[in-house]
Design a protein around this ligand. Sequence first.
Ligand code: AKG
Ligand code: FE2
Length: 319
Amino acid sequence: MELLTWHLRGPLSRRAHGAGMRGGDLIREVFGSESDSDDADELNRPGPSPPSPLMRPGCVVETPAGADACVGMFVAREALGEDARRWLLDSIRADDLVDFPDDEPSTTASDRCAPTGGARNQAMRFGRDHLPRWALALADAVAKLATRRPGDSQGEHDVASADHTDDDDDDDDAAVFPREVLARARTASGVFNQMIVNQYAPGEGLTPHVDLEAFADGVAVVSLRSTVVMDMYPPGFEPGTSHVPTNSNTVPVWLRPGDVLFLSRAARWEWAHGIAARDADPAEGETRSEGGAVVRRGCRTSVTLRAMREDGHELRVPA
Ligand SMILES: O=C(O)CCC(=O)C(=O)O
Ligand SMILES: [Fe+2]
């Protein structure tokens, strides 16, 4: 219960903004969905074919400017090109997982987006068996990117391979995700076995939070459509504080269409992340807290990929 409550204060609390859903409705909607009887139909639906390769060749996984202190956070810039973004949005729409407030979702930033009101703006799936095909394809491509060394534009490193030797250990820590996270690729769970699709209208945010302990290390967020600023809050931030002013210690990360954000190590366990509820963000690189250039938000869609921990940390849901 505590875990769930904590989670609800985080990613889901933004619903209070438009949908006015709470407690049981939310939990039923969010956690009930994985056992829906129409799950099998949804999973077997062919859907649009992914472009090949899914990830843009030559994309670089980097530490965003000014974010060196946030150890374990990386962004793959425009990892999904135009075709991949279109495929992903079409796949999400084909599965009818969330409502799109605009009829023809653009693959780039758009300000033609009205607030969602009572729309379904979040969907979760737990377990690889419950992930739609498109999510499995995305998860595998993102997991490959996570084997890269930051700054490298190519060359997945097979740190999870069975013939890996201990002599390589120093090198392992140089990859985007730690070795033990990448090693999940050899298990049934895969690197990722859980996903959330989130839909944000302009003005909607995400309360700062550290992801639940029930989720393992190694979180990836695929960002689609509107550019947005994700704020990283350094260790010491008190989760559950509903209104946290952005202060000088906060590290802003600009997420553009097709970017993939990686959180592991301290960035996943010690830093909190959140999105301010506002209609516009400071222009990229803008550091002044007031009076600087701003960019209006459009609609944003994100896909968060994670894995459930298998060491007894349950995601408890009240009966
Ligand atoms: O939507 C996003 O960009 C992040 C979502 C997130 O942090 C979460 O689901 O825990
Ligand atoms: Fe999160």
